[in-house]
Ligand binder design. Structure first.
Ligand SMILES: Cc1cc2nc3c(=O)[nH]c(=O)nc-3n(C[C@H](O)[C@H](O)[C@H](O)COP(=O)(O)O)c2cc1C
Length: 354
């Protein structure tokens, strides 16, 4: 059974390992946040991570330029309304006035917090001077933050990397500017833009920045377990932990980290049935929100949910080509009934091939 921080039965919590994350007048406890991720942090991902105890969720980033051009796709990508509060909506762009106007729009649409993306390493974004490219332009950053701050009443945060090419210096400079311009928190991913998602995240800059600024600092990069989260907090003193890729196909990770930071016992790992049920529910929410496209988009999650199943290949083959949602969910039901046989069969095949 999955134990949620809010549903702990008889287990008496010890003292929480970390106090709530305070972003201006808002408190988030336990301070465990699912990362904003393009194509991933949609309504389904946000629902599941919130159910596991995450007190604040993030939309994926949307382009301020596209938003002012009136592209409805931006609002589809955000797929956000007041029922999801507290929610942090993320923008990217490079023009101060455009970003400020869009920040106000997403605030008015129900964002509890507005975040600026200054970490995206993708060439197309960097070429337009958005995402991580801004880290090289501190004066432009100051103008952007000032304009957005003036446009917003809600808390305002920024997420960036450990640097563009060189580790550390730019991140320290941006942290200082963020504090001077009245931002309410910062989040740092311990990789440079050069690294993209390769190599290991280096958390040392988090510790340096924590000593320099007095606004909350959220740490991000390579947190794959509750032990990693504890280690990041111990080594750097961050006020909160953000988790991205390791939560894909494994929303229980959020529950595990939430429990640990709340001083609760480690939850039981999910049963096979729970894993398949959650996988189906994730797909169902995506289909409900996006129609048939939801099933296609779900494929990247499917692969992750099936990690660790001996019969993953068989299950994947069964589901990958299915385009009809009802057939899809019938197949998953069928798998649930026969999973023990499928796993035994896969083991026998593996043993025969060994
Ligand atoms: C597919 C993908 C999409 C991402 N999209 C965004 C995004 O829209 N906004 C953002 O701030 N970071 C984005 N990121 C970066 C993550 O938020 C996070 O900083 C990064 O994955 C490192 O954390 P992790 O090691 O826990 O995954 C994305 C990462 C991935 C893998």
């Amino acid at each position: 059974m999955t134990v949620h921080p809010t549903d702990v039965g008889d287990a008496a919590p010890k003292a929480p390992f970390l106090p709530p994350l305070r972003i201006r007048d808002l408190e988030f406890s336990p301070p465990v946040l699912p990362a904003p991720m393009c194509g991933i942090s949609d309504r389904a991902w946000r629902t599941l991570s919130r159910e596991q105890g995450c007190p604040l969720v993030f939309t994926q980033m949307v382009s301020s330029e596209a938003m002012v051009r009136g592209r409805d796709r931006c609002w589809d990508l955000l797929d956000m309304d007041t029922s999801e509060q507290p929610i942090c909506a993320q923008l990217f762009g490079s023009d101060p006035e455009t970003l400020a106007a869009c920040a106000k729009r997403i605030q008015d649409a129900g964002a509890t917090i507005v975040d600026l993306n200054m970490g995206c390493p993708v060439n197309k974004v960097v070429k337009s001077m958005g995402g991580s490219a801004l880290m090289k332009e501190p004066e432009l950053v100051r103008r952007i933050l000032r304009a957005m701050r003036a446009a917003l009443d809600v808390p305002f945060t920024v997420k960036f990397r450990a640097g563009f090419e060189k580790y550390g210096e730019e991140a320290i400079a941006i942290s200082r500017i963020a504090e001077e311009e009245g931002l309410d928190a910062i989040c740092i991913h311990g990789r440079t833009r050069e690294q993209k998602f390769k190599g290991n995240a280096d958390w040392s800059v988090l510790r340096v920045v924590k000593d320099i600024v007095s606004i909350p600092v959220i740490g991000n990069g390579d947190v794959k377990s509750a032990d990693d989260a504890m280690r990041m907090i111990r080594e750097t003193g961050v006020d909160g932990v953000m988790i991205g890729r390791a939560g894909m196909g494994n929303p229980w990770l959020f529950g595990q980290v939430c429990a640990r930071l709340s001083g609760l016992p480690d939850p039981e790992p999910p049963t096979v049935e729970e894993r398949l049920d959650t996988m189906a529910r994730h797909a169902r929410i995506m289909v409900d929100r996006k129609g048939d496209r939801g099933l296609v988009e779900f494929r990247k999650h499917l692969v992750q949910y099936l990690r660790g199943f001996r019969c993953a290949k068989v299950l994947k083959t069964k589901l990958m080509g299915v385009t009809d949602a009802e057939v899809y969910f019938r197949e998953i039901d069928d798998m649930k009934r026969h999973i023990a046989d499928l796993e035994a069969e896969a083991e026998a095949v593996a043993a025969a091939g060994a």
